[in-house]
Each structure stands twice: as C-alpha cells, then as structure tokens.
Design a protein around this ligand. Structure first.
Ligand code: ADP
Ligand code: MG
Ligand code: MG
Length: 254
C-alpha cells in the first residue's frame, strides 16, 4: 500500500511577462489501487500538475509538497522519481534515433530495478504485453517514437505501465486521438495494470468518454489552478451532461 500526497501546491511558470502563477493551492491524495480522474476546462492547470509531478524544469514549485510514502518527491531527480515508482507518461516524448522500443524498455526496466532483467523471461513478458495491446511484434524493433502515430504512442505508454510496474501513473489526455477500438484496448491495459499490480492512477482528461471504460473512484474538477469540486463517479456523469459551464460563469475564465 502506497500513498502519493500533494499538499497546498502552488506552481508558476516563466513567461515573457515574468512568472505566472498556474496552480494556486492543490490538495490531492492518491492511494494504491485507486483511480482519480482529474477533469476540467482547457487551461485550468491539469497538465501543469502532471509536469510538476514529472519534475519538468519549466515549472517552479513556489510552495506546498509532493510526497510518495513520506519521501519528498520534489527533491528527487526525474530518474529518482521513476525509481521511486512514479510513472509519468510524458517523460519520454522524444524521438531517439538508433534506440529501438525493445532497447528502451529494457534500459528503463534496468534503471528502475537496479539490475537487468533475465533476457528470456523478459522477452516473453515484452511480447505478451505488446500482444495484450494488439501491437505487432515488429513494433519492438522500431526506433523510439520515430513516426509513431498518436495511437501507437498511447499503446507504448501502456506497454511501459505493464512492464515497469510503477506504484502510481499519471496519464495526461491518454484518450486524445484514439478511436473507440483503440480506446477500449488502452483502457483495458490500464485496468489490468491496476488489478495485477495495485497501480494507483491519476487520469487527466478534459472529456468524459474514457471514463466509460476506466471507472474512476474519485473525480476532481480543476478550475483556474484549484480543485473546484470533488466527488465520485456520479460527478463525471454530471459533467458529461452539463459540461463545465457552471464552473466558469462569472469566473472570467474561458
Ligand atoms: P490544462 O492541461 O488544464 O489545459 P495547462 O496546465 O496546460 O492546462 O495550462 C494552465 C495555464 O498555464 C493556462 O492558462 C496556460 O495558458 C498556461 N500555460 C501553460 N503553458 C504555458 C506556456 N508555455 N506559456 C505561457 N502560459 C502557459
Ligand atoms: Mg490544455
Ligand atoms: Mg493539458
């Protein structure tokens, strides 16, 4: 049982006009095995939260804390965060010429575990993970992210989830650009990772569509850098019907 705790988090970014405050006091606690949907209008700070957890250098934490089982995440390098059990999907968005998916996955696994996995069982596990996501085995030999379609990138994220077995995953807009079939396959992969490994999930999404396939235990609505409302799955259903209008009226945000 693990816990990821975010307390009174204030984050700003550097802009040409100086520092701009984006997160204005976020409190959020995730336990193992829980799915938290982070919803909200565009520009409300959802991705800023994801990047801050990931340790992206552009984002400055002005105050507040993020801890994983009591350890200070904000003190950790990006690599240390991964070793501690955080999976941040946007951590490896770059194309890496000459590095295949298979190389990358084995290197990542080795870095996280501190030792290389035994080759034969590893290859079997990698093949199975790819089959589960209906990916052709030739995918393993492709260069990392080179010419990946949106759907291939998302599937590759879920393959990593299955193989790297993190404690918590932050998935930002995992549903964007997926057709319904791909959405089902990817959702299935996320649900399996929770069942098999007790993964805790922060599922960031603007739309309710993916929540038909990945059932959240908790829903948090971001508005203007703060959590404006929290509830259970019924809150997502309400948002599907009503949209975000009632949160935005009069706030000056659009
Ligand atoms: P969301 O993911 O909810 O759409 P973001 O975290 O991407 O929101 O953005 C939150 C706010 O930060 C927005 O007002 C956006 O305009 C601002 N922002 C994000 N990135 C930048 C940037 N690179 N330069 C200036 N403002 C930015
Ligand atoms: Mg956005
Ligand atoms: Mg975003």
């Amino acid at each position: 049982m693990s816990v990821l705790e975010i307390k009174d988090l204030h984050v700003s970014i550097d802009t040409d006009q100086g520092a701009k405050q984006i997160l204005k006091g976020v409190d959020l606690t995730l336990n193992s095995n829980e799915i938290h949907a982070i919803m909200g209008p565009n520009g409300s700070g959802k991705s800023t939260l994801a990047y801050t957890i990931a340790g992206h250098p552009r984002y400055t934490v002005d105050s507040g804390t993020i801890t994983l089982d009591g350890e200070d995440v904000l003190e950790m390098s990006v690599d240390e965060r991964a070793r501690a059990g955080l999976f941040l999907a946007m951590q490896y968005p770059v194309e890496v010429p000459g590095v295949t998916v298979a190389n990358f996955l084995r290197t990542a696994k080795t870095a996280i575990d501190g030792e290389a996995p035994a080759l034969r069982p590893w290859i079997k596990e990698m093949r199975e993970a790819m089959q589960n996501l209906r990916m052709d085995s030739s995918f393993a030999e492709r260069n990392l992210n080179e010419g990946f379609s949106g759907g291939e990138k998302k599937r590759h994220e879920i393959v990593q989830l299955e193989l790297l077995k993190p404690k918590f995953a932050v998935l930002d807009e995992t549903d964007s650009g997926l057709d319904v079939d791909a959405l089902k396959i990817v959702s299935d992969g996320v649900n399996k990772a929770r069942e098999a490994n007790g993964l805790g999930i922060m599922l960031i999404t603007h739309y309710t569509r993916i929540l038909r396939y990945i059932k959240p235990d908790f829903v948090h609505v971001f508005v203007d850098g703060r959590i404006a409302e929290e509830g259970g799955p019924e809150l997502a259903e309400r948002l599907e019907e009503e949209g975000y209008d009632r949160f935005l009226s009069g706030s000056g945000v659009n």
